[in-house]
Design a protein around this ligand. Structure first.
Ligand SMILES: *Cc1c(COP(=O)(O)O)cnc(C)c1O
Length: 474
């Protein structure tokens, strides 16, 4: 053994000698450093301990439950990350000849087919990089459709229960937004819709289930009203884990939709991306989809630029965020149609379970039945001067990430909770106990809750100041 080690060591010395810069390359003195570089002089062990300690201060799905509503922070199979980082996929270049990337093209082709089946739409583009980017793409398609028909439709109806990106995307895409107020039960009224509908309305953008976690019960009637007016229906399907395997937007009468692969289909939301927001359309809109799409010609997969003239153009360099597409297909194929349905059913059961065990403690403005998430209002349920923000901060002391707060805007002192399909009853019971306990604390010891968190590395920050003038050195 010693002999082998000695040989290796002597080899190593030779190697170091071989690439001796001083000896092989003559560097002019004027380029040489006069003083040692001003970098921290620390041992590797000290550095690694510092960064590991910092990483442990993070909240992450791999360390804690993450009830952030509207974001689907579910646990995703790590094996899918591993598959997506396989050299055969990760090291493929987007400009390689088609004949050398048949497998990657087939994955995109198969994913498009799977998304059509799941959603009831006829064609998809996989290019958009996120949900909001998908909305923008979908609205450009709608704009070009009306342009091709020489119809002047400049307005989009967006309910006040829609996701915040909807009015923003409508605006960005050049439309004027008309707001539609939701009813007390959180749903839309077809009669109120009729009152604001004009011949200038291009479409209605519906988030379903809406941001209150309520499934819109009048969709068939709304679809009839919109189509009779020559207008279209856009479905914000960011949260498909509420309906997949159970109901399909295409069957409900929607013409355009997006799906957030980075919520439902095995890519974590948050963490800075990348994401993917494929957009699906009914057949009559397919010529407007971004190019290229992938087609199968007698078993050979090809990039198709046929619709270059009618297309809204390219929405992203190359073909979308390929690793996210790959993970989505692996997820869909590995759990199958029944598995997708089971995921949705479980997401809905988990949310309803938490809602029903909290409903005697706080107000639930949209009623006692929800889909994959729900919104509570802590107005009137907390101790003196304690607000939703304080409850969210106090949750950090108990080791939980805080839920979404003050959204949607239509609920006062809102807190939006989404347990997701991947959490166990035990985890949910623990969370319910802690949240109920904080509501009691807010009455028995309001100052404690108002000054939370006390167990985190920093307590209350001036959030505006921290965002505008971050203090990065202590
Ligand atoms: C998350 C979400 C979006 C936006 O998706 P991004 O990928 O964050 O742009 C849009 N609509 C709904 C309903 C969402 O939940």
């Amino acid at each position: 053994m010693n002999k082998i080690l000695n040989e290796i060591n002597s080899d190593r010395e030779c190697a170091i000698f071989d690439c001796d810069v001083e000896r092989d390359i003559a560097v002019d003195d004027k380029y040489k450093r006069k003083n040692n570089p001003n970098i921290p002089d620390l041992a590797e062990g000290t550095v690694i301990r510092h960064y590991t300690a910092l990483s442990r201060k993070n909240y992450a799905l791999s360390t804690t439950f993450y009830p952030l509503g509207s974001c689907t922070m579910k646990y995703n199979p790590v094996i899918n990350e591993k598959i997506a980082s396989c050299a055969k996929f990760a090291e493929v270049h987007p400009l390689q000849p088609e004949s050398t990337v048949q497998g990657s093209l087939e994955i995109m082709f198969e994913l498009e087919k799977a998304l059509c089946e799941i959603s009831g739409m006829n064609n998809f583009t996989l290019q958009p990089a996120a949900g909001a980017h998908g909305e923008h793409t979908g609205l450009l398609i709608i704009a070009d459709y009306f342009k091709s028909r020489k119809e002047k439709r400049t307005k989009i109806i967006v309910p006040d229960s829609a996701h915040g990106t909807n009015p923003a995307s409508a605006n960005l895409s050049g439309f004027e937004v008309i707001s539609l107020k939701s009813e007390h039960d959180g749903t839309l009224s077809p009669d109120k819709l009729k009152e604001i509908l004009t011949s200038e309305v291009a479409c209605i953008m519906m988030t379903n289930p809406n941001t209150l976690g309520v499934f819109e019960k009048h969709i068939p009637e709304i679809a009839e009203i919109m189509h009779a007016n020559g207008s279209l229906l856009y479905y914000d399907g960011a949260n498909l884990n509420a309906v997949m395997g159970i109901a399909r937007p295409g069957d409900m009468g929607f013409d355009v939709m997006h799906i957030n692969l980075h919520k439902t289909f095995s890519t974590p939301h948050g963490g800075g991306g990348p994401g993917s927001g494929p957009v699906g359309v009914k057949s009559f809109l397919k010529d407007f989809l971004p190019v290229p799409t992938v087609v199968n010609e007698n078993g050979i997969f090809k990039l198709n630029y046929k619709n270059k003239k009618t297309s809204v153009g390219r929405m992203k360099a190359f073909y979308g965020n390929f690793p996210v597409l790959l993970k989505a297909l692996v997820y869909i194929k590995s759990i199958g149609g029944n598995g997708l349905k089971e995921a949705s059913v479980q997401a809905n059961i988990n949310a309803n379970y938490v809602l029903n065990l909290l409903k005697d403690k706080v107000a639930i403005p949209a009623g006692n039945v929800c889909t994959h998430e729900f919104v509570l209002s802590s107005k009137g349920s907390l101790g003196d001067g304690v607000r939703t923000l304080d409850v969210a901060k106090r949750l950090l002391d108990y080791g939980y990430y805080a839920p979404t707060i003050y959204f949607p805007l239509i609920v006062e002192e809102a807190m939006m909770i989404e347990p997701t399909e991947t959490e166990s009853k035990q985890t949910l019971d623990e969370f319910i106990k802690v949240l109920s306990g904080i509501i009691d604390e807010s009455k028995n010891n309001p100052e404690l809750v108002k000054n939370a968190p006390s167990k985190t590395p920093v307590s209350r920050l001036n959030e505006v100041e921290a965002a505008r003038n971050p203090k990065l050195r202590w």
